[in-house]
Design a protein around this ligand. Structure first.
Ligand code: GLN
Length: 542
């Protein structure tokens, strides 16, 4: 019988609830259990797709085309279980489902209310679309005490009652801060946070206490006493050097043991060798490479969460440390100064939207192309690379993207129709902005003998997409014959360019999809392995 674990957070945000959920998922998996991880977000957007990266960080895309919270990226990276649309929900989606049902007449006669209609819809979501999993882990976004999260807390409280203690477990993640003036770790914020949770009828079963130093036994006892818990259920979550150490650190503090004890499960000790290996390779690299990431949100690293991790995975595979040199694309525009790129062994332009900062991106690509520095363009970074080459090699001075308005040489243009399986998707400039991009996994066919095909070691791949514009195939001939660019990856119908590469360059590849979304520490993505390998080569030249 399936068991549900609910993870809430208290005191402050950013304590790493997503990583805690992902790490517990990995530990249960290492004990041989089948897990599924889900995120419930209290905000009113239907999904995070329309939010600015400054608001929300990266939008993580699933195979089945959902735009979701970046925590789903952690879930996949730690467990390898591909997330689905049914693993992510927001208040916006729940409310729109309930309101649509009301309009259909499904609740005819009833006054539609938060309890039971909204909470029922939340419970339905939690239980829907599961298979033979042993555990479903549900993370509740936000911090306990937020007005918006109340319906979610009420729904999980009800589920706790309905399914019973032997099927449900509540974990609460809090902070035990060090107060320098008192020279003490303080337990009061945790006590208050648990009181807040009790006020909505939830008694946590396990407390995970984030701290920057060891919590003394007396302080743990005090937390246990005030929060109605056995001291063994008060688990310290000490800061660690790398996120991949978290499963090991939690195991050392008996988290997985206590979870099994709660459910009365006898299980084998987990095999954590892969995590130890990852941490070892990460901690003792044999060298280092500098990779310039040229983007618009470089001061806000959450916007590039999966990218940062995928670069690290590429480093793990090559036994090197990857130092990311963040380059604000606008700063390259102003000064036309390449000094920020000079010590770099690779240049990467990641996904992006809008015209601001594009001049700097094109400048960086030109620099990498001319100086034979490995270049990796992802989505927008591929589109910008094609524009750079069209302008500076083909001599089409007005080459641009219609994303920035009308242009006489639309080398990148709006994607108006494409095939999803056998369904023809159609869009126009007036289409809704939410959920209307080309989203999710699509197959791509690789040209035999191309670098892409050598890297992937196969001729058909499937990668995740999130874009509204596409390289205009009308320019393909000219770019191939006159600029030495190869369109080495195409969509199934051979219409949409998916990968471009420059054989005369040591490593110059642009991809229309987001390979970073599928990279894992225990299975680094081939493109990132190859890119970092090229950067290592470059580092030996300079
Ligand atoms: N803005 C571009 C598009 O919509 C690229 C999107 C991206 O990089 N994810 O096509």
């Amino acid at each position: 019988m399936k068991k549900y674990i609910f993870i809430t957070g208290g005191v402050v945000s950013s304590l790493g609830k997503g990583l805690a959920t992902a790490s517990l998922g990995a530990l249960l998996q290492a004990r041989g259990f089948k897990v599924r991880l889900r995120k419930l977000d209290p905000y009113l957007n239907v999904d995070p797709g329309t939010m600015s990266p400054y608001q929300h960080g990266e939008v993580y895309v699933t195979d089945d085309g959902a735009e979701t919270d970046l925590d789903l990226g952690h879930y996949e990276r730690f467990t390898g279980v591909p997330s689905k649309k049914s693993d992510s929900v927001t208040s916006g989606r729940i409310f729109s489902t309930v309101i649509a049902r009301e309009r259909k007449g499904d609740y005819l006669g009833a006054t539609v209310q938060v309890i039971p209609h909204v909470t029922d819809a939340i419970k339905e979501f939690i239980k829907a679309d599961t298979q033979s999993e042993d555990f479903v882990l549900c993370e509740i976004g936000g911090t306990v005490g937020d007005i918006e999260s109340l319906p979610f807390l009420e729904a999980i409280r009800q589920l706790g009652n309905e399914l019973g203690k032997d099927k449900t477990l509540f974990i609460h993640l809090t902070l035990v801060p060090w107060i320098a003036a008192a020279g003490e770790l303080k337990t009061k914020p945790t006590q208050h946070s648990v009181k807040e949770l009790l006020s909505v009828g939830i008694q946590p079963d396990i407390l995970l206490c984030r701290c920057d130093r060891v919590i003394p036994v007396e302080a743990r006892r005090k937390i246990a006493l005030f929060c109605n818990l056995d001291p063994n259920k008060v688990i310290q979550a000490l800061d660690v050097n790398t996120i991949y150490q978290v499963p090991l650190a939690y195991h050392a503090e008996n988290l997985d043991e206590e979870v099994c004890r709660h459910f009365n499960i006898r299980s084998v000790k987990p095999n954590l060798e892969i995590w130890q290996n990852i941490v070892d390779r990460f901690s003792i690299p044999e060298g280092a490479v500098n990779i310039a990431v040229v983007g618009k949100y470089t001061s806000f690293h959450d916007a590039y969460k999966s990218l940062i991790e995928a670069l690290r995975h590429g480093g793990i595979a090559n036994n090197v440390r990857v130092n990311i040199v963040w380059v604000d694309s606008e700063s390259l525009e102003k000064e036309q100064d390449h000094s920020q790129l000079k010590g770099c062994h690779g240049v990467l332009v990641p996904g992006g939207f809008g015209e601001r900062g594009t001049k700097g991106k094109v400048e960086a690509i030109k620099f990498a192309r001319e100086n034979k520095i490995p270049y990796f363009g992802i989505c927008f970074g591929m589109q910008m690379a094609v524009i750079e080459i069209a302008r500076n090699v083909l001599g089409l001075k007005d080459a641009g993207s219609t994303e920035f308005g009308q242009c006489s040489e639309p080398v990148v243009g709006l994607l108006e129709e494409w095939l999803r399986g056998n369904v023809l998707e159609k869009r126009s400039v007036n289409s809704d902005k939410g959920g209307s991009m080309r989203l999710g996994a699509y197959d791509c066919y690789l040209q035999p003998g191309s670098r892409a095909q050598q890297i992937y070691q196969t001729s058909k791949i499937s990668e995740r997409h999130r874009h509204r514009y596409e390289v205009n195939a009308n320019y393909k001939d000219r770019l191939e014959k006159k600029a030495g660019l190869i369109f080495s990856g195409l969509s199934k119908d051979s219409i949409l360019p998916e990968i471009v590469e420059m054989p005369s360059h040591p490593w110059f590849i642009g991809v229309q999809f987001h390979p970073e979304l599928k990279s894992k520490p225990f299975a680094p993505h081939p493109l990132f392995i190859s890119f970092i390998q090229a950067a290592v080569k470059q580092s030996k030249l300079v």
